[in-house]
Write a protein that binds this ligand. Structure first.
Ligand code: ADP
Ligand code: ZN
Length: 513
C-alpha cells in the first residue's frame, strides 16, 4: 500500500519522496490505526490525510476550522484532479444540499466541513448515509482548552464518530505539540498516544533573531534596503499599525502591499495577488494574512511587535522559507507591546482562560529575553525536547563576551524577597533598585531597604531588562493575579545562597535617564 501511496504522491503532487513524518503517518493510517500527527507549519500535513483518502474507497471527511483555508485546499485539490468539496457557512442551504447529495453518490474523495456542522441534527443524519473510511481532524489543538485556539464544537467530533454506522479511521493533525495539548487530543478522540507521529520542530533553513532596544522603523527601513530584491512579510499587531507602516514604506519608495480585516474583500484580494505574483516585494499585514497562503520564496518574516503567544509566532514566522532556502525570522521587541497584548487578553478572554493566556504571553516575553539558542527554545516550547544550539540564530551568532552577573542577580533577587514575594511588579522593583524618588516607594518605606539604590548606576530600563532576563532564566517567576507580580523561584534561591552562577552576554546599556 505504501508503494501505491508513493505513486499517488508522484502522480498527483509531482513529488518524488515523502518528507520526514509523512510516510510514518500514512503508513499508520493505512494500517488502520487512529493517529495523531504533529508537524510544524509548512511541514506538509495535508498530504498525510489526502493520500490515504485517495487509497481508500469512499469519501474522507476533513474537519477544518477556517473557511478561507477550506476553499484554498479544495481549489488546490480540484486543480490536480482530485474531486473534493466543502460545506460551511459561506455557501447557501441549496448548495449545501446539493453537495450532500453528490457526496452520498460518492462523487468526492474529500469533503471538508466546519466543526459547527456537527451541531446540526440533520447534517449528522446525512453523514450516516455516507461511506466514510477516514476522518481527518485538522488543527486538532482546537479540541484542547490548553491550545491557543479552543473551539467548543471540536469536542463533538468524538460523538460524531460514535454515531456513524462504520467507525472511520481517525487522523488528527496539528502544529502544537505541548504534551498537555497532545494528551487532550488523544483523550478526546480516543487515539492511543503511542500512535503519535511527531517530527522534529527545527526548521533548518530558518534563522531566528530578536532585536531589542533599537529604533524599529529605522531598523526596518535599513533591512528592507539591504534586501530589496527579496520577498518578505512584516506582521504588525493592529490594523492601525499596518496602515501606518504601509504609508511610511510607500513614501520611502518601497513596493509594498497590505492586508488586514478592516479592508474590503476586493481590496484584500488585490493586495494579496500583487504580493503572491511578485509585483510587490513586501507585504505588511496583521495576523489575518497568511493562512492557506502557499508562497514558497518568502525570504524573511519580520514581526514589528511580539505576538500573544509562541504558537502564533512560530506559525507566522514559519511562513518564511518554505522552499528550503535560508530565510530570516526577526522579532522587533519593545516592552510597551507586552502591555498592549496584556490589555487585549484582559479585554477578550473568558475569565477561566485568562491565566493560561497570560502564562503563554509570558513565555513569549521569555523568548524575547533568552540568551540561549532561539531555535532550541522554540523546539523545547513545542515538544519539551532538548536540541543542540542551531548555530544560525541571533543568539548563537552573538559574539559579545559572556559575563558573570551573579552579584547583580543576587541583588535583584534579594530585593524581591525583601519587598515581599508575589506583591510587586517589575516596575517598582526596578525603581527601588535604582533609588527612585517615586512617591509610592516612599509611602511603602522601601527607601529604608538595604537593597534600595544598590543598582543606581544603571537606568530603570536596564534593571527592568535584567529582571526580564532573570525571568527568562527561570530564577524569577511572574504571578498573574489582578496584576502581574514577581517571586523568586527555587533556582533563584540557589543563586541567592551562592550555589548557582548566572551568566549573561555583556550588556548593551541604554543611557542613564
Ligand atoms: P502544513 O499544513 O503542515 O502547514 P502543507 O500541507 O500546506 O503544510 O504543506 C506545505 C508545503 O509543502 C506545500 O507547498 C506542499 O505542497 C509542500 N509539500 C508537502 N509534502 C511535500 C513533499 N513530500 N515533497 C515536497 N513538497 C511537499
Ligand atoms: Zn541558535
Amino acid at each position: 500500500m505504501l508503494e501505491q501511496a508513493r505513486k499517488l504522491l508522484q502522480q498527483y503532487y509531482g513529488y518524488s519522496a515523502f518528507r520526514n513524518g509523512q510516510e510514518q503517518a500514512i503508513q499508520s493510517v493505512l494500517s488502520g490505526n487512529d493517529t495523531l500527527t504533529v508537524m510544524p507549519t509548512g511541514g506538509g500535513k495535508s498530504i498525510c490525510y489526502q493520500i490515504p483518502a485517495l487509497v481508500f474507497e469512499g469519501t474522507t471527511i476533513v474537519i477544518s476550522p477556517l473557511i478561507s483555508l477550506m476553499k484554498d485546499q479544495v481549489d488546490a485539490l480540484l486543480q490536480v484532479g482530485i474531486p473534493a468539496a466543502y460545506i460551511n457557512s459561506s455557501i447557501t442551504a441549496a448548495e449545501s444540499r446539493e453537495r450532500i447529495q453528490k457526496a452520498k453518490q460518492g462523487e468526492y474523495k474529500l469533503l471538508y466541513i466546519a466543526p459547527e456542522r456537527l451541531e446540526s441534527y440533520d447534517f449528522m443524519e446525512h453523514l450516516k448515509e455516507l461511506d466514510i473510511p477516514l476522518l481527518a481532524v485538522d488543527e486538532a489543538h482546537c479540541i484542547s482548552q490548553w491550545g491557543h485556539d479552543f473551539r467548543p464544537s471540536y469536542q463533538r467530533i468524538q460523538r460524531m464518530v460514535q454515531v456513524l454506522p462504520q467507525k472511520p479511521i481517525v487522523i488528527a493533525l496539528t502544529a502544537t505539540a505541548t504534551p498537555r495539548v497532545r494528551y487532550d487530543i488523544c483523550e478526546s478522540l480516543n487515539i492511543d498516544e503511542n500512535n503519535t507521529v511527531l517530527t522534529g520542530f527545527e526548521r533548518e533553513n530558518l534563522s531566528f533573531s530578536v532585536i531589542r532596544g533599537q529604533d524599529r522603523l529605522r531598523y526596518l527601513k535599513d533591512f528592507l534596503k539591504k534586501n530589496e530584491k527579496e520577498a518578505g512579510i512584516i506582521y504588525a499587531a493592529t490594523r492601525k499599525n499596518v496602515d501606518q507602516l504601509y504609508e511610511h514604506l510607500q513614501k520611502s519608495g518601497i513596493a509594498v502591499s497590505r492586508y488586514h480585516a478592516g479592508m474590503s474583500d476586493v481590496e484584500r484580494m488585490e493586495q494579496q495577488e500583487e504580493f503572491l505574483q511578485d509585483r510587490t516585494a513586501v507585504m505588511v499585514a496583521t495576523s489575518a494574512f497568511g493562512m492557506g497562503i502557499d508562497k514558497s520564496n518568502i525570504r524573511y518574516v519580520i514581526h514589528y511587535q511580539l505576538t500573544k503567544n509562541m504558537e502564533s509566532y512560530y506559525q507566522e514566522a514559519g511562513r518564511a522559507g518554505r522552499d528550503g532556502l535560508p530565510s530570516e525570522c526577526i522579532l522587533l521587541y519593545s516592552s510597551q507591546d507586552v502591555q498592549v497584548q496584556r490589555f487585549l487578553i484582559d479585554q477578550s478572554s473568558e475569565q477561566h482562560r485568562m491565566s493560561s493566556e497570560l502564562e503563554k504571553l509570558q513565555q513569549m516575553v521569555d523568548y524575547c529575553h533568552t540568551e540561549s539558542c532561539l531555535q532550541s527554545k522554540i523546539v523545547h516550547y513545542f515538544s519539551e525536547a532538548e536540541s543542540p544550539p542551531c548555530g544560525r540564530c541571533g543568539n548563537c551568532t552573538d559574539s559579545r563576551e559572556t559575563m558573570d552577573v551573579t552579584r547583580e542577580a543576587q541583588i535583584v533577587l534579594s530585593c524581591i524577597v525583601r519587598m515581599g514575594q508575589k506583591r510587586f511588579g517589575k516596575t517598582i522593583i526596578a525603581q527601588v533598585l535604582t533609588a527612585s524618588r517615586n512617591k509610592k516607594v516612599f509611602e511603602l518605606g522601601f527607601e529604608r531597604l538595604p537593597t534600595y539604590g544598590m543598582l543606581k548606576d544603571q537606568s530603570a530600563k536596564d534593571v527592568t531588562d535584567l529582571i526580564e532576563f532573570l525571568i527568562s532564566q527561570e530564577l524569577i517567576a511572574v504571578d498573574h493575579g489582578t496584576f502581574p507580580t514577581l517571586y523568586v523561584k527555587e533556582k533563584g534561591r540557589e543563586v541567592l545562597v551562592g550555589k548557582e552562577t548566572v551568566y549573561r552576554k555583556e550588556a548593551v546599556r541604554t543611557k542613564q535617564v
